[in-house]
Write a protein that binds this ligand. Sequence first.
Ligand code: GRF
Length: 220
Amino acid sequence: MTRNSTQVSAAILISGNGSNLQAFIDAVNDGSLDLNIAVVVSNRPDAYGLLRARNAGITTACVQDGDYADRTAFDEALADTLEVHEPNLVILAGFMRILSAAFVKRFEGRILNIHPALLPKYPGLNTHQRVIDAGEHWHGSTVHFVTEELDAGPRILQGRVPVLADDTVSRLSGRVQAVEHKIYPQAAALFASGRLTFRAGESWLDGARLDEPVQYNGEF
Ligand code: GRF
């Protein structure tokens, strides 16, 4: 992957499988996403996503939470590791650590997250099981800017899937992830092209405030 001088540069943070990371790599490779993935950082050395990054020739780093005295020290080390690569965008892709207010401030307005639920419904963990237990008819995933409040930053893009009568967590999460792999690279593409911005705590697209997230309907 060669970089041109105007290209937006991203750091992608992972903790595990990295199927969303793979979707970014694939989108860059097929030309649908104009982004330089400068570094992939994991808080776990055994994250499979690190292998995906290395296979794609992307620089990797590991900042292990166990190596630091507390969350503040870990977040500082993480931020310092990212800053070496001067990212314009920080993409959380299955990064299973809650970031401190100080970290969020350092990268304010340029951190994206994807949460497997139709936010503001179901913030937090175990969303698929909670959705099945509640008898919901719809589920999905939301890309949003990260603010200090967990899963509550301004929303950008949302993809919905139906919940089927005999759904299991594994089947439902598989369908949700298929949607994630479409909407997350697309949200990054909107940011990279300058169409999507964060202003005063809100998402703006094409110069208009997004009061509701854009709904993905199967095509862009
Ligand atoms: C995704 O489903 C995302 O919604 C959540 O963590 C999961 C990460 O999966 N934040 P993967 O590691 O990208 O496969």
